[in-house]
Ligand binder design. Structure first.
Ligand SMILES: C[S@@+](CC[C@H](N)C(=O)[O-])C[C@H]1O[C@@H](n2cnc3c(N)ncnc32)[C@H](O)[C@@H]1O
Length: 201
């Protein structure tokens, strides 16, 4: 992966099988599953932000949530629509979102950490706007416990999370974890964060 902001998301899903992608996980992310269990969540509207292979959207829909999956890659959305025809998928860039409806929950598994640092405030404002009052935001990203190589996703520290999100969200939990996937025995160090949208900012 080149620098995150310059990555060719548009073409990736045309040229590579989703099951070969390093983030591919047929199962629901284990941290997301634990959060649903802990919070007792079983229904509501869910946005899967940067849905990619759409496995997370599919698993959430199977559990009874009303899911919308969005991605900046048109090819990812076409593929997702063809694979899971009972879920709403939309082509959308979170930095210039055209979404109008609001959601009870948002999952971002692997999108925020590829957003350019100078665009993070736009991202946060848009995620805030897309959540219902007191809605929850679940975020999984690479952590600073992963060695920096100059390539790939940004490494995110707890301090970055606090500095970026605290004005808009109450940070309920920051969990040190890993990015489990089906393809790669390497499991990148990650953070999983549970946040609640503030009512007013
Ligand atoms: C690391 S992949 C994770 C995919 C999926 N969430 C999963 O867990 O399998 C990141 C995804 O974010 C999407 N993405 C990147 N920038 C985006 C943006 N600005 N708006 C929406 N999606 C974006 C990419 O196309 C890619 O599918």
């Amino acid at each position: 992966m080149t620098k995150p902001g310059n990555f060719e998301w548009e073409n990736l899903y045309k040229n590579m099988k989703v099951t070969e992608m390093p983030w591919y996980s047929a199962d629901l992310d284990n941290d997301m599953q634990n959060a649903l269990d802990k919070l007792g969540l079983t229904s509501g509207t869910f946005l899967d932000l940067g849905t990619g292979p759409a496995t997370q959207a599919k698993k959430l829909a199977d559990k009874g949530f009303e899911v919308t999956g969005v991605d900046i890659s048109e090819d990812a959305i076409l593929l997702a629509k063809n694979t899971y025809n009972n879920i709403e998928f939309l082509h959308d860039d979170i930095l210039k979102t055209n979404l109008v409806k609001k959601f009870d929950f948002i999952l971002d598994r692997g999108c925020f950490h590829v957003i350019d640092v100078d665009k993070r405030q736009i991202y946060v404002q848009n995620v805030f706007n897309l959540l219902n009052e007191s809605g929850r935001f679940f975020l999984k990203c690479f952590s600073t416990k992963m060695p920096e190589t100059g390539f790939g996703p940004h490494r995110i520290s707890e301090q970055i999370i606090k500095d970026t999100f605290e004005g808009f969200f109450e940070i309920e939990e920051i969990i040190d974890t890993e990015f489990k996937n089906d393809k790669n025995p390497r499991t990148p160090k990650a953070l999983f964060i549970i946040m609640k949208r503030r009512r007013n900012i």
